[in-house]
Ligand binder design. Structure first.
Ligand SMILES: NC(=O)C1=CN([C@@H]2O[C@H](COP(=O)(O)OP(=O)(O)OC[C@H]3O[C@@H](n4cnc5c(N)ncnc54)[C@H](OP(=O)(O)O)[C@@H]3O)[C@@H](O)[C@H]2O)[C@@H](O)CC1
Ligand SMILES: [K+]
Length: 466
């Protein structure tokens, strides 16, 4: 995934394009830029093999005509399939400049290199069935498929499946990434996403996550200045211990595990505090040294868990809620969370999120709406992790290790997030840092990882951010 890259919707991309036109750049000039980028990447991947280019009726097709012309002028063996009547304007003019062999879709013969310029950000509905079948067949028979901007049949704004085939090797995002490159079906269908810089300024509050910058403790730092995390234990103490150990390895100065479970093996640096009841918890959380509380990993869903949740809610310090705490909140999440004065982060996976929030639209839209409603920063986990703040900022993490789909990795994320929060992070910043470190630790741990392995890799991941 390209780090820190802007992500814009189809409408935002069109607006950015209009702003470039207003500065005096012609539509043809912009299309030449796009087509040149496509030609360059196609030549690189074709490596001398014959090329088949599919050109649709809109500007995605316009880019395809430009690329076809440039590649042919450079001596490549190019044939082109034209579908639909080119739209008036640049697409029509680029179509007129194409002098090479052209066939209809249904007469097209497969070639080793396929370029998909059927539809891009202007796709408004599912691909017609016959077209989808031919496209899928040509792609299957090609040795390499490159999609211009997005694969035809991926919804630009949601990543939804509108009939795109599998097996696309590379998508060349034009000007900026779109949500469709990272979300839902788009995540799997786009292949490797490359970004072509077309010199179109975009003002994006949505970005892919980037490596955080972490400060080395100063000579004057001490355990309290580096932040105290309290992790509350519940019915499954292993989960809270994972969160606590992740908070320690994530850089918190002092971590307390509060609960009443028998103490297992170390680590000895983890401080225990006996908390048997909600009253005990209230007394403990009144300690003004506490900089953040983690509640939810392995909490359970019984009366005691509910009482603990109420107490933690009333605590005046930052709160990180995960797992069972989110299930307990359920549809009351917005009502409850909105009443807290101190900052809150919640880290639901999609099952937990769906139990808490209704709403329509893309995963980004839904997460943003939930963040606004709850006034909490939300890390909506999954193969496509969407982080959204109540202020409207979004960070996206796609393509993290699939080996993360194992018990306990979410508990590690919650503890790691708490460690970033107590080191002074606000809003989306600690969430982005935690998500990056978590994904990087998974990469370092390699295949068949277990949650404990992530913790072991955190110091190494952190060392890359200093
Ligand atoms: N923005 C930028 O900065 C730049 C953008 N550039 C390029 O422009 C692309 C966007 O171009 P675009 O807006 O013309 O839309 P595009 O994707 O070609 O499709 C629209 C056409 O398809 C049609 N249509 C839609 N769905 C359909 C369906 N299911 N089945 C059949 N038809 C369907 C629709 O017709 P209608 O909906 O009216 O029937 C219309 O005719 C963008 O992805 C990038 O490649 C670069 O050139 C320069 C920089
Ligand atoms: K395309």
């Amino acid at each position: 995934m390209i780090p820190g890259a802007p992500i814009v919707t189809a409408a935002e991309m069109r607006a950015a394009e209009q702003a470039v036109f207003a500065r005096g750049v012609s539509q043809d000039e912009l299309m030449e830029r796009a087509g040149s980028a496509v030609a360059r990447e196609t030549a690189r991947f074709a490596a001398g093999r014959p090329i088949l280019i599919l050109a649709g009726p809109g500007n995605n097709g316009g880019d395809a005509y430009v690329a076809a012309r440039l590649l042919r002028n450079d001596g490549h063996d190019v044939s082109l399939v034209a579908t639909g009547v080119p739209a008036p304007g640049a697409a029509e003019r680029m179509h007129a400049l194409w002098q090479g062999p052209t066939s209809s879709l249904y007469a097209a013969r497969p070639r080793p290199m396929l370029v998909d310029g059927l539809f891009g950000t202007g796709l408004t509905r599912p691909l017609e069935r016959g077209l989808a079948a031919v496209f899928a067949d040509l792609s299957k028979q090609a040795e390499f498929t490159l999609a211009i901007d997005l694969p035809s049949g991926i919804d630009t704004d949601t990543g939804g499946d509108l009939g795109a085939p599998g097996g696309i090797d590379v998508s060349l995002a034009l000007g900026a990434l779109k949500p469709g490159h990272l979300l839902d079906a788009g995540l799997a269908r786009c292949g490797t996403v490359l970004l072509a810089d077309l010199d179109i300024p975009v003002d994006a509050r949505w970005r892919t996550i980037a490596r955080p910058s972490i400060e080395t403790p100063s000579a004057h730092s001490h355990k309290y200045s580096r932040g105290l995390v309290a992790v509350i234990e519940g019915a499954m103490p292993g989960a809270a211990r994972l969160a606590a150990r992740a908070a320690m390895a994530g850089g918190a100065g002092y971590v307390v595990l509060a609960g009443d479970r028998p103490w297992g093996e170390g680590p000895d640096a983890l401080v225990r505090r006996e908390v048997r009841s909600a009253e005990d918890l209230a007394e403990f959380l009144a300690w003004d040294r506490i900089d953040a509380v983690v509640l939810g990993p392995g909490l359970g869903r019984d009366r005691r868990a509910e009482a603990f949740l109420s107490v933690a809610f009333a605590a005046p310090c930052p709160l990180i809620l995960d797992g069972d705490a989110l299930t307990l909140l359920g549809t009351g999440a917005a009502r409850w969370l909105g009443t807290r004065d101190a900052p809150t982060w919640i880290t639901p996976h999609s099952g937990e999120f769906d139990r808490m929030f209704a709403g329509a639209g893309s995963k980004i839209d839904r997460t943003l709406a939930a963040a606004a409603e709850t006034r909490a920063t939300i890390v909506h986990k999954g193969a496509d992790t969407v982080i959204a703040s109540p202020k409207g900022d979004v960070r996206l993490l796609a393509g993290a290790s699939p080996w993360l789909s194992t018990a306990g990795t979410g508990d590690v994320l919650a503890g790691l997030l708490a460690a970033q929060v107590v080191q002074g992070g606000k809003g989306i910043v600690p969430a982005e840092a935690a998500a990056w470190l978590h994904a990087r630790a998974a990469q370092l741990a390699g295949p068949a990882l277990i949650a404990d392995d992530l913790i072991a890799q955190l110091p190494k991941a952190i060392s890359e951010c200093l």
